[in-house]
Ligand binder design. Structure first.
Ligand SMILES: O=P(O)(O)OC[C@H]1O[C@H](OP(=O)(O)OP(=O)(O)O)[C@H](O)[C@@H]1O
Ligand SMILES: Nc1ncnc2[nH]cnc12
Length: 187
């Protein structure tokens, strides 16, 4: 766990979150230890603990935009946005947003992808938080940061439930807040 780094040392909520993650070996490709968060959000206490930790951290940081990364960032970001009084904006996979968009390509652990954001979704100078379920290589979050910065927003931090320390390398020094490390066992 990241308790020494995320200021949550001794917080029993982290154990509950980590234990709720289901590890599925070799999904969606051989060699990937897939970290499944569906049981995190189907347990009301664990889901609430997860959102509460983020809300406590971000409520007084002057954040006006919470950007969620499709698809699993959408599970957490709107709840955080509502609680801290910010707007939610979706960063979507290609061809899903109906208006004019800006796009960023990126590489994944298991392929390539692209994220898009509506032009005008954020205003110049707005303070933004980026939310996803997991950071692995950091490719997705770095594309999200590029989109927001191209639109003139200031990305204050990226936050994920699960993260590899290595994911940080791709973020160009941007702060990354992580609750727990990936689980290696599939029990
Ligand atoms: O740090 P990275 O190596 O970029 O990987 C992390 C990303 O991979 C997963 O999404 P995925 O692209 O599988 O899409 P999904 O949420 O639609 O399942 C995950 O939800 C993150 O967005
Ligand atoms: N190991 C992993 N588990 C779940 N989602 C992921 N996205 C990228 N790597 C992942």
């Amino acid at each position: 766990m990241f308790a020494a780094e995320n200021g949550l040392r001794g917080d029993p909520r982290l154990k509950g979150i980590s234990e709720a993650i289901r590890v599925v070996p070799n999904f969606p490709k051989p060699g990937i230890m897939f970290q499944d968060i569906t049981a995190v959000v189907s347990n009301h206490k664990v889901f609430k603990d997860t959102v509460d930790i983020f809300v406590d951290r971000y409520r007084d940081m002057g954040i006006s935009v919470v950007a969620g990364v499709e698809a699993r960032g959408f599970i957490f970001a709107p709840a955080i946005a509502l609680a801290i009084g910010a707007k939610f904006i979706p960063l979507r996979k290609p061809g899903k947003l109906p208006g004019e968009v800006i796009s960023e390509l990126y590489e994944l652990e298991y392929g390539n992808d692209c994220l898009e954001m509506h032009l005008g979704a954020v205003q110049h100078g707005e303070r933004a938080l980026v939310i996803d379920d997991i950071v692995a290589t950091g490719g997705t979050l770095s594309a999200a940061i590029r989109l927001l910065e191209r639109a003139g927003a200031e990305v204050v931090e990226c936050a994920c439930v699960i993260g590899l320390r290595e994911g940080r390398r791709r973020l160009d020094g941007k702060p990354l807040y992580i609750l727990v490390e990936p689980r290696q066992d599939s029990s």
